[in-house]
Design a protein around this ligand. Structure first.
Ligand SMILES: *Cc1c(COP(=O)(O)O)cnc(C)c1O
Length: 383
C-alpha cells in the first residue's frame, strides 16, 4: 500500500463512521459571539470561561509587551528566550499556587508531555484515570514506564493498582475537572492513596484554574491538597495560551535538565508572558466573573432538568449532553447551528465509543437570555 492509499483509506473509514473532523475558520469572535459563514452564532463551545480573551486590560498588556520585547522570544529559554517577563510571571504563579517553582511551557499539551517523559523510567508504573487528556495518555504510553489505567474517579481501583508490587516509582495521573465530562476528581482521596503507596501525584487542572477555589486557585486549593506536580494552562479561563508546571525546587532543576520540550523549543513570546501577568491579576480579582459563571451554570441545569434533557452529572462550566450515536449528535449540532448556536459534537476517539455528545460550555460572558435561548433550542431539537 502506498502512502497515498493509506491516507485515502484512513479518511474513508472516518467518513463512513461519521467521525470525519473539519475546522471552521471564524471571521471574528468575542468569546460570546462566534462569526463564520457570514453569520453570527452564540458560542457555547469556547473554553474562555471568564470571557477574558478580549479583556481590554489584557489585550493592552500584550500590546505593551510587544512594544517592549518584540513579538518573539528569539529562542529556547536555555539560550536567550527567557526574559524578565517570563521570570516574573513564573514567580507570581508559584507564590499564588503555593509551590516553590513554576516553569512556563508553550502549551498544556507540551507541559504534560515534558513532565511525564522526563520523569518516567523503565521500571516505573504510571497509573492514570481512564479519562485523562490525550496529552497525558500519549506521553504515558510512549514512556518506557508501564501504564495502568483505573476506572474514572474510582479511588478503590486506583489503590488496588498502586498496591501491586513493582521495583520502580509510581506516578498517579488525574485531572481537577475532566474536560469531556465536566466532573471533578476526588483529589483528597486520590492524594492520600498515592501517598500511602509512596507514589507521586500529578494533577492537570486545565479546566479548574481560574474558575474554582479561592481567587480562582483551582481544584487542588479547593480540595485542600498539594500534588507533587500541578499543570495549569492559560488557554481556558486565562483567555490566552500557554501552561505552567508547578513543582518543588529540585524537580524544577531536573525538568530544566531533562524536559526536551523546554530545551529544544522556542520559549513563549515575552509579550504573552506580560499579558498573562495581567490575566492573573484579573483572575485573582475575578469573583464577580466566577459568580456570574456559577449563576449561568445553575440556570442552565435548572432549565435542562425542567425540560427533562439528559445531562451528565457535572457542576462545572462543562455541561455535556450525552446523545450516543455519532450521526445523531452531528444532526443535533447542525440543527442548533441553523438556529444560531455554535456547539460542537464530540465523538470517539475523543470520548468512549457510543457516548458522542454535545459539549456545552458556559462562560461568564453569556447572559441569562443566552442560556434561556439555548435551552429552548435544545428542547426543540432534542424533543
Ligand atoms: C486543553 C487541555 C490541555 C491542553 O492544553 P493546551 O494549552 O491547549 O495545549 C491539557 N489538558 C487538559 C485536561 C486540557 O483540557
Amino acid at each position: 500500500m502506498s502512502w497515498q492509499q493509506r491516507i485515502s483509506e484512513a479518511l474513508s473509514e472516518r467518513r463512513a463512521s461519521a467521525s470525519f473532523r473539519t475546522r471552521q475558520a471564524s471571521t471574528l469572535g468575542n468569546g460570546r459571539i462566534f462569526t463564520a459563514n457570514d453569520r453570527e452564532y452564540l458560542n457555547f463551545s469556547s473554553n474562555d470561561y471568564l470571557g477574558l480573551s478580549h479583556h481590554p486590560q489584557i489585550v493592552d498588556a500584550w500590546q505593551k509587551g510587544a512594544a517592549q520585547f518584540g513579538v518573539g522570544s528569539g529562542g529556547s529559554g536555555h539560550v536567550t528566550g527567557y526574559s524578565r517577563a517570563h521570570q516574573a510571571f513564573e514567580e507570581q504563579l508559584a507564590e499564588w499556587l503555593g509551590f516553590e517553582r513554576a516553569l512556563l511551557f508553550i502549551s498544556g499539551y507540551s507541559a504534560n508531555q515534558a513532565a511525564i517523559s522526563a520523569l518516567a523510567q523503565k521500571t516505573d508504573t504510571i497509573i492514570a484515570d481512564k479519562l485523562c487528556h490525550a496529552s497525558m495518555m500519549e506521553a504515558a504510553m510512549q514512556s518506557p514506564a508501564q501504564l495502568r489505567r483505573f476506572h474514572h474517579n474510582d479511588v478503590h481501583a486506583l489503590a488496588t493498582q498502586l498496591g501491586k508490587t513493582n521495583e520502580g516509582e509510581r506516578l498517579t495521573l488525574t485531572e481537577g475537572i475532566f474536560s469531556m465530562d465536566g466532573d471533578s476528581a476526588p483529589l483528597a482521596d486520590i492524594a492520600q492513596a498515592t501517598r500511602q503507596a509512596g507514589g507521586w501525584l500529578m494533577v492537570d487542572d486545565a479546566h479548574g484554574v481560574g474558575v474554582v477555589g479561592h481567587e480562582g486557585r483551582g481544584s487542588c486549593h479547593q480540595q485542600n491538597i498539594r500534588p507533587d506536580i500541578l499543570v495549569v494552562t492559560f488557554g481556558k479561563a486565562f483567555g490566552g495560551s500557554g501552561a505552567a508546571v508547578l513543582c518543588n525546587e529540585e524537580t524544577a532543576h531536573y525538568l530544566l535538565q531533562f524536559a526536551r520540550h523546554l530545551i529544544y523549543s522556542t520559549a513563549m513570546p515575552p509579550a504573552q508572558a506580560v499579558s498573562l501577568q495581567t490575566a492573573l491579576k484579573v483572575v485573582q480579582q475575578g469573583d464577580v466573573l466566577r459568580e456570574r459563571l456559577t449563576e449561568n451554570i445553575q440556570r442552565f441545569r435548572r432549565g435542562a432538568t425542567q425540560l427533562s434533557l439528559k445531562l451528565a452529572d457535572s457542576n462545572s462550566a462543562i455541561q455535556p449532553l450525552i446523545v450516543g450515536e455519532n450521526q445523531r449528535t452531528l444532526d443535533l449540532a447542525s440543527q442548533l447551528r441553523e438556529r444560531g448556536f455554535w456547539l460542537t459534537a464530540i465523538r470517539p476517539p475523543t470520548v468512549p465509543p457510543g457516548s458522542a455528545r454535545l459539549r456545552i460550555t458556559l462562560t461568564a460572558a453569556h447572559t441569562s437570555d443566552d442560556i434561556d435561548a439555548l435551552l429552548e433550542a435544545l428542547y426543540d431539537a432534542a424533543g
